[in-house]
Structures are given as C-alpha cells and as structure tokens.
Write a new protein. Structure first.
Length: 247
C-alpha cells in the first residue's frame, strides 16, 4: 500500500478525493483509472463475498473471444466476508500461467506482462482478500500509481451501515471532500445525500482507446493483462491518467 496519490497531491485531510471499491482479480483498466484519480482508495475487506461477481475472476482474450479465468476458492458459507474466504488448496498458479501463455504468447509485450503475473502469483498467500489486495498494489506499482490504499476495516468508525450510507460514513471518517465512483454506480447514489454531508459526488467514465489484438475485431473491457500484453506500459500508464472523463 502506497502513499500520496498524484491526482491532488497537495490535498489536505479535509478535502481529499476518495473512492471505495471491492477488490477484484486483475480488473479492467477503468478500475486503475479510478485509483489513479483519487487521493485515497479504500478497499472493502469487511463485505460479503458474492458468487456471481468479478471478485475472483476476470476475462482474457482467447482465440479472438473473451474467456474467463478464475481463482478457485475453498468451500465456505455464503455469509462469509471476502477477508474470511480462502483460495482452494487445489489452486495451481502454473495452470493460470499456462492459460495466459497459451492466449498471449505471440503478443508484443508478453514477456514483461507475464513476469508481472508471475510476481502476483508467487506470494503464496491463500487468503482471498490479502491475495487480491497484494495484486492490486503490485499492478499499481507497475503502472506508476502512487495513490494511498487502505482497508475499509481500518477506517470505518460506525459498523452496520450499508450501501450509500456506508460510503458516506467512510468518507466522513477519512475527511473526504469529494467521492468518485465507477460509472456503474450512477443509479445507486444520490448527489443530494452526499451534499448534505459536505461531499461532492462524481463518477468516472473510462474511455481508453481501442488497440490491436492479433488483427481480430477489438474486444473491450478485458483484464488489465490484455491491455498490457498489447501496449507498452508507458502508454497504458498514460491512459490510466488521462483516458477518462468525470461526470
């Protein structure tokens, strides 16, 4: 976890820009754009794991089509939080590496991106949250993102809040003046409720350029791995910091 984000480097404790999200496994570029756009990125660890979400899976390009890759989990109650879930003992990093190698071995930036994935998978961490947290931090470091990242359980002052109220509560606890959410949350949050607590509410809309994918029709919104396989890290880092709009 790093300190002092580039978005508003001189921001004080009372006017910081904050984002709050669940951790995901190697998510699309928009996730990293959100992190880079704020001073403090809070990751939910004390939140229930959802089976049909993208917490432990994502998509890569395989034979011109999107294909899912997954972190298998040890069986556990549906009521367990992300920080209480564990990777399955059957998980083998080599299997995922082989899947990625088969999909991208001819990509122009395969070698450095593959080494990045090897680093992510080499931690030996079996706790789901800690594994995902470490992977997010590793990719941020690779992309030059210096935003401070903290766990929700370390900053929440009031337990039991849900949805919008929980977000507002965390923002208050960390002294935020602005909250930025992914564009998918437009229907979930009310600007009036945030304003009543002295918060500006904004949404980030990613607009990264299309890029060459083995000459096939472009498939957007794949894992950050796909972006890095086909583009130099300097270009991806630039897109992270510029290829979006705030609404």
């Amino acid at each position: 976890m790093t300190a002092s984000g580039p978005a508003v480097a001189a921001a004080s404790q009372t006017d910081r820009t904050v984002a709050i999200m669940q951790p995901y496994f190697l998510p699309y570029i928009g996730y990293y754009q959100l992190i880079a756009a704020v001073d403090l990125f809070v990751v939910y660890d004390a939140i229930k794991y959802t089976k049909r979400g993208w917490i432990n899976r994502n998509r890569l390009l395989q034979n011109g089509e999107p294909a899912v890759f997954t972190l298998p989990l040890r069986h556990g109650s549906d009521e367990l939080q992300i920080r209480e879930r564990e990777l399955a003992t059957t998980f083998r990093a080599a299997a995922l590496l082989n899947q990625v190698r088969g999909a991208y071995r001819r990509a122009p930036f395969f070698a450095p991106t593959y080494r990045l994935l090897e680093e992510i998978l080499s931690t030996g961490e079996m706790n789901l949250f800690r594994f995902l947290e470490a992977s997010v931090v590793t990719v941020c470091r690779y992309l030059g993102i210096e935003t401070e990242i903290r766990r929700s359980s370390d900053v929440e002052e009031e337990v039991g809040l849900r949805a919008q109220d929980r977000v507002i509560g965390i923002c208050g606890a960390v002294g935020a003046g602005r909250y930025i959410n992914a564009i998918g949350g437009v229907e979930l949050y009310e600007s009036e409720a945030f304003a009543a607590h002295g918060l500006e509410l904004r949404f980030i809309r990613p607009d990264p350029p299309a890029y060459e994918q083995f000459g096939a029709p472009f498939v957007p919104s794949l894992s950050i791995l796909d972006v890095l396989m086909f583009n130099p890290v300097t270009a991806v880092a630039d897109w992270v910091n510029t290829a979006y709009s705030l609404i």
